[in-house]
Structures are given as structure tokens and as C-alpha cells.
Design a protein around this ligand. Sequence first.
Ligand code: 6CS
Length: 316
Amino acid sequence: ETWRFALEEVDGSVQDAYAEEFKKRIEEKSNGDITVEIYPYGTLGTSSQLTELVQQDAIQLAFASPGHLASVIPETGVFTLHFLFSDDNEVNEQVLGSSKAIDMLQEAYHEQNLELLGVIPEGWMVWTADRQIQTPEDMEGFKIRTMTSPILVESYRAYGANPTPMPYSEVYSGLQLEQIDGQVNPIFAIEEMSFYEVQDYMIQAKQAQFITTLVAAQDFYSNLPEEQRQMVDEVTDNMRSYIFEKQAQFNEERLNTIKENSDIQVSTLTDEQRNAFREKSMSVRDTFIEQAGDRGKQILETLQQDIEAAEKQKSG
Ligand code: 6CS
């Protein structure tokens, strides 16, 4: 039996590291009854197309990042809201692995023929640009590529930027041809997609994590024999700590690679500078609730409570 697993990222990415380890663990545990075939980004289509293929059970497993998926499941847009999650990514990882908000979200996935298997942070979203950005004023008229969900577009409109949604595969050429002035992604992706080669500035504002979701075709998942379903649940649970360490390692190492291979200017916003963006970002929560309705509102509030509680607990 073959399970097809599609990635929204290329070979060597965080999603690839996840899939390779998942494959290894499943193939071992099933004593070779199951083979996992991995399809890196570019082989099957854009993120949105991959989601459609899973909905049809043409592919059994895929990553479906809220930055795109919120076009289909608006509730997932919660993961793209700015200044919602903790500045401490260990807190975020803990909340994403345990919050009741994830169960509420499962309903919304089921309505779209998808089974939600995990919510996974991949690192801080970092701006790359053709100019220095330290204030919302610096974003005035800035053509920033965003993922394709409407709520993300609103997040950058709130800063005064001119957001341009497009698929991941078009970003490099968009930057090179100056159709866009900048983009936003975690550091590992900025390195492996070579965006840093065609940009002059990298700005770390810690406004959001890149959070992805792992999905299965719902029919596939619910028709699995009980012991295989348990195996999938167990493996995906245990994968959490594995991938959390990997993403931290990839993001750290590749910042060095970028610095070694270019003279891109890397900066980090101060708390005061971040606050100016934070203030502007707050109105986007209302837009999110308009788009995601009551269930979206409940998910947002549950996450807020859980993040706050986890932060308190950690600081003692
Ligand atoms: O920017 C994007 O569209 C993509 N970025 C990453 C890091 N993963 C998948 C996503 O589609």
C-alpha cells in the first residue's frame, strides 16, 4: 500500500525533514506494509492545488498552510494573525500541541473532507525588502508578496502596505523582475528559495510564526484499519518535538549561510518599533471574526487564553 505525501516546500526544507522522518517511522512500524511516497513542492502544484488533491483523496497526506488554506477554511486564518502568539516559541509549540482550539478547528476541516493531523510552527516570519523597514510609514506603498488568503492581505493593508498575493513558486521571479518589492517567510525558506539574492534588507519583527497544518484525506483516514489510524496518531504526536528542534536548527544555520553568501542587511526591530506595528495589527482581529464567524471567534479566544496561561506558567 502506498501513501502519497505532498509538500508545499522543496527538498531540504522543514516540511521535507518532517516527511522524511514520518516516512521512516511509518514504514518501520508497518513492517513494510506501507510505503510513503514524498512529493516535494513543484511536482504536483501550488499549495491550493495540493489541498484540492487531498480533498479528492488523490493524495492521502499533505501540508496545508493557513496562509493559503484560510481561503477555503477561514478559521485557520487565526494562525496568520500578527502579535497573537507568544514571543517565546516554546510556549507556542506547547499551545499548538494541546489547545482545545485545535479540536474546534477539526470540525471545520471535516466540513472540507480533511482530517487535521497537526499544527506545526516552522519559525518566525521575516520580511525581506528592497528598502529598510522600521515603522509602518516605511511600508507605505510597499508591494509585499503574501500568501493567498484574504486575512493575510488585510494584515499588510493594516500597515499601509500594498499586499500582492501569489503562489510560492512565483516569488523569486516576482522579486527579480521587480513586480514586488518584498516578501515574508521564515529564514530557512528565504535561504532555500534564494530570495536573499534579490533583496537588500532582512527585517526581524517577530510579528508571527509561520504555522503550517498537516492534513489527510478524510475518507482515507477514517477508513484506515484501527491499528493503522493509531499508528498515524502516535507518529504525528511524537514527531512534534522532532520537527520543533529541526526548524530551530534550520533557521539558525541558514541565517549564517545567508550572511556568508550575501551582503544583505539583517536587522531586528526594538520592542518600541514592534509596538507601532502591533497597534496597527489589532483591527485585523475584527476582520478575522467577520470572515471566520462564531467558531472562528471562539477559536481565537481559546488560543488567546491558552497562550496567556502557558506564558504565566512558564514565567512561574
Ligand atoms: O510562502 C509560501 O507560500 C510558503 N512558505 C513556506 C515557508 N512554506 C509553504 C508556503 O506555501
